[in-house]
Design a protein. Structure first.
Lengths: 271, 257
């Protein structure tokens, strides 16, 4: 009888643990949904925090320029260098500018920019909002009748949404310049020829899809960082967790979105 | 010991709480709490850590919702207000946080300007400057106007936190552990500031603390939160003349040990 009681008790407890976990998952999903709904509600409602949006754009955009410049330039050089042997085998080294431009515009620049933004900006947002939550700064805004969501979340998400595409365009430019340096050294191609080949290879759809994609990446990075920071648990450990999981989740989401975007763009190409 | 305050208006309750209950999961923090705060009065809420003192003022300011009961602030029932109505009420209730909660990416000036820009839009730049200078002078920290919060001491941060709440001229002040983590002299300065705020700005206040020196210096009346309910109230001497062992222990740990 005692043994049976124990078994029943263990089963009950296991069932309780499972339902608690399920509850938590659904609650989290609902919180994410509500966070998005709140963003779209508040983004159009005054007061508009223009000054803070500009400040955040500076933080996200201008402050990322050194890292983006270096990474983009090196990617241009390295990708060109690594692609040359394969093309040379078929005697097609002259196609290098076309190949490099297509790869950079369609995939490399948007993805690299998004990954850098997720690492630099996403973690920054997660840590900043997490720390504000822990030190009751968000509560302080609320009790002074200022909408913290509007001031902290809306401004940051807008900044990432608009600055990540701008940074991606800049990355395309810098990476193409890096590629040109390599091409001009090895193939002795003139700048005019290089640029002509680059623009002949890429289409409007390439540029347009990259811009749309990076808008989505920027929005995702901002939302993930803000969500993780805004709802970070109390304590300094929570701040670290918020920063870390902002980066990991944002990168994961960016890769998934890239994959989905690829499928959608291929559909358009097939039309 | 604080002198008897003649400015308390016992006819006018600025906060009225009846049957307030709040639980977190299975832990009932507040059980049937009743409380009145009169106009012009400094009411000290005493109690050990984790007894729900801060929860009480967070419910009053609308940061937390209650499970049951009525919380009336300036005649308005907090849990029945719409967000915009709650925001209007919050402008009349200042909240001084335990760790000051200054916006650490802004200077002292910007911290004080932040609520003004949003809620005193009719103010021009010059008037805003005057108000900020006035409030900083009131807390004795005009010289810190261009400093970042990280450059201030604990006591200075508390004062600036109080200045930020005063800037919108609240009718009620809620102080959460105003002297926690401060040395005795700085604590005395904060106590003096709380009394000064009461006299100069004619505010009513709830002061949450477990520091009995602070309670004795600033409180017109004390209530003690024990087991989720207010069990002793009155002046400092009335509360601590109780035979309740828990009250005696509280007193002994503050003054004897």
């Amino acid at each position: 009888m005692g043994l049976q009681d124990n078994k029943a008790d263990t089963a009950r407890r296991q069932k309780y643990v499972v339902t608690r976990r399920l509850d938590r998952i659904f609650l989290e999903l609902y919180k994410i949904y509500a966070f998005h709904v709140r963003f779209f509600k508040e983004v159009f409602v005054p007061p508009y925090e223009f000054k803070e949006v500009v400040r955040q754009c500076y933080e996200v955009g201008v402050r990322s320029l050194p890292l983006i410049s270096l990474t983009g330039f090196i990617i241009g050089i390295v990708f060109t260098n690594q692609s040359r042997p394969s093309l040379a085998e078929f005697g097609a080294s002259s196609w290098l500018p076309s190949l490099v431009s297509i790869a950079i515009v369609r995939a490399l620049a948007p993805l690299v920019t998004a990954i850098i933004a997720a690492g630099r900006v996403g973690s920054n947002i997660g840590a900043e909002l997490g720390s504000m939550r822990v030190t009751e700064q968000i509560d302080a805004m609320e009790v002074s009748a200022t909408n913290p969501f509007n001031f902290l979340v809306v401004t940051r998400v807008l900044a990432t949404t608009f600055m990540v595409p701008a940074l991606a365009m800049y990355t395309i430019f810098v990476a193409l310049m890096g590629a040109y340096l390599n091409v001009s050294q090895n193939e002795l191609t003139s700048f005019t020829t290089y640029i002509t080949q680059v623009f002949e290879a890429i289409t409007f759809l390439d540029i347009f899809s990259s811009i749309i994609k990076t808008f989505i990446f920027g929005f995702t990075i901002g939302m993930v960082g803000c969500y993780k920071g805004y709802y970070s648990s109390k304590g300094t450990e929570g701040v670290g967790k918020a920063a870390n999981s902002s980066v990991v989740t944002a990168m994961f989401m960016v890769f998934i979105e890239e994959l989905l975007a690829l499928q959608v763009i291929n559909l358009f190409r097939a039309m | 010991m604080k002198k008897i305050n003649p400015n308390i208006n016992r006819e006018n309750k600025v906060i009225e709480i009846r049957g307030l209950k709040k639980a977190f999961d299975d832990f009932e923090v507040l059980k049937e709490v009743d409380l009145d705060l009169y106009q012009g009065e400094n009411l000290v809420v005493l109690g050990r850590s984790g007894t729900g003192k801060s929860v009480l003022i967070k419910i009053i300011s609308g940061l937390l919702s209650s499970d049951e009961g009525m919380v009336k602030v300036l005649g308005q029932q907090v849990n029945k207000l719409k967000p915009k109505e709650l925001d209007r009420l919050r402008l009349k209730v200042g909240f001084s946080f335990q760790n000051s909660a200054l916006y650490d990416s802004m200077t002292v000036y910007e911290n004080l300007e932040f609520p003004l820009i949003r809620h005193a839009k009719e103010m021009g730049r010059a008037e805003r400057d005057r108000t900020i200078h006035f409030v900083l002078e009131a807390v004795g920290l005009l010289q810190t106007i261009n400093q970042m919060p990280s450059e201030l001491s604990g006591g200075q941060r508390k004062r600036i936190g109080i200045a930020r709440t005063l800037i919108l001229k609240p009718e009620i002040m809620l102080y959460d552990e105003p002297t926690a983590g401060l040395d005795p002299i700085t604590s005395m300065e904060i106590n003096a500031l709380i009394n000064d705020v009461q006299a100069r700005f004619n505010t009513s206040a709830i002061i949450i603390t477990h520091d009995l020196t602070c309670a004795r210096s600033v409180g017109d009346r004390m209530v003690m939160l024990l087991d989720g309910q207010f069990q002793h109230q009155g002046t400092f001497d009335e509360v601590f003349s109780s035979d309740d062992a828990r009250v005696k222990m509280f007193y002994d740990y503050n003054f004897v040990n």
